[in-house]
Design a protein around this ligand. Structure first.
Ligand SMILES: Cc1cc2nc3c(=O)[nH]c(=O)nc-3n(C[C@H](O)[C@H](O)[C@H](O)COP(=O)(O)O)c2cc1C
Length: 349
């Protein structure tokens, strides 16, 4: 049985992964709690400097002696990072109303952002973490060989069958099937994101049929029944994001948590408007009104609108801003990680 393969491979009790979160929403507390309960906690570190990554890993190691996962983005800045004056003016015109409304000065034209992956991955390697996961591409073979040589297990993410087959060829240990129900960015890397939308249960079936590596289902799983259904369809484990994001142990604010448990959460959308790359979240007035067909490139779009987000939060104008969340957020019941964990694990035993 593949779920036993995952348990043995990672030395964990249950094939239940807590999805890593970028954006400052991962915490050592949540990661260690899930790992201590017998699952695999995950920390999203793509925005951190190598020094900060080292500190986070040390903090997690103080809270658990069980395996955990550190996650990076292979492609963490878009190629067309250099922006024209024309594009900048267009984006400013689209957002001006909201900067004025919140009394926030319009930021100067942002400078290109340097890619960080190579330096970050060196640090992750040097810290000998138990598990390394990555999205938005595949690290080069030298890097992957180095993880293997040090006995660090690797997890890649696929949004289509073709991406899954490529990941299998490169000999990663496990593959996350990231369905388009999932909260956060769509991490597609072969075809454009818009051509890579697959539902979790379709993707799991397609990957499990043709790939021998264990497949971990991600997207829309918030309870034991969904976890059990994923195993029935051929998954060897599940990765849960939004249900853990909503817990007290995550890095979100109380306001964010309240939105996740509100009527607003009945609707999520896929949009580029949060950051410049397509992801799923609960729309805000700002997202819906602006409805851009163009944004600044990732990640400078999110830097451009960050002051708007900050001001809206400070001024209590939560309706204005979007919040990351998966499609099944409205089904979430629990606010403590152990309760989420115990509920989902029932479907994996
Ligand atoms: C706020 C947020 C941030 C995320 N950041 C990352 C990330 O940096 N790296 C990653 O691999 N997955 C990231 N994800 C995806 C989750 O790890 C997980 O795969 C996904 O949330 C599962 O779908 P669900 O939200 O429907 O449970 C993020 C998800 C959310 C909601």
């Amino acid at each position: 049985m593949n779920k036993n393969k995952v348990r043995e491979m990672l030395s964990i009790k249950y094939p239940l992964f807590q999805g890593p979160f970028g954006g400052g929403y991962s915490t050592p507390s949540l990661v260690s709690k899930v790992s201590n309960l017998g699952g695999l906690g995950g920390y999203g570190a793509y925005q951190l400097t190598p020094e900060r990554i080292k500190a986070v890993i040390q903090e997690i190691k103080q809270l658990t002696n069980k395996p955990f996962n550190i996650n990076l983005w292979v492609n963490d800045a878009d190629a067309d990072n250099e922006i024209s004056d024309e594009l900048y003016s267009l984006i400013v015109a689209n957002y001006k109303e909201y900067f004025d409304l919140l009394n926030v000065p319009i930021p100067d034209k942002p400078k290109p952002v340097a890619k960080q992956f190579e330096k970050q991955v060196e640090m992750v390697l040097s810290q000998e973490v138990p598990v390394f996961s990555f999205v938005f591409g595949i690290p080069n073979p030298t890097i992957l060989r180095e993880f293997k040589r040090r006995g660090i297990k690797t997890i890649g993410a696929a949004t289509t069958l073709e991406e899954g087959l490529l990941l299998e060829e490169t000999d990663v240990d496990l593959i996350v099937a990231s369905g388009f129900e999932a909260g956060g960015h769509r991490p597609s890397f072969l075809l454009p994101v818009e051509e890579s939308y697959r539902g979790t249960f379709v993707l799991v079936q397609q990957l499990a049929k043709r790939i021998s590596k264990p497949i971990i289902a991600a997207g829309g799983i918030t309870n034991g029944s969904a976890a059990s259904a994923a195993l029935t369809l051929g998954a060897s484990g599940v990765q849960v994001g939004t249900a853990f994001l909503a817990c007290e142990e995550s890095g979100i604010t109380e306001d964010y948590r309240n939105v996740l448990f509100s009527q607003r959460a009945n609707n999520t959308i896929l949009t580029k408007d949060f950051t410049g790359r397509i992801g799923r979240g609960i729309p805000g007035i700002l997202t819906e009104q602006v409805k851009l067909d163009r944004t600044l490139p990732f990640p400078i779009h999110s830097q451009f609108i960050a002051p708007l987000r900050k001001a809206a939060l400070e001024q209590g104008k939560l309706d204005l801003i979007p919040f990351w969340a998966g499609q099944n957020v409205s089904e979430i019941e629990f606010r403590k990680a152990a309760m989420v964990f115990n509920d989902i694990v029932k479907g994996l035993i």
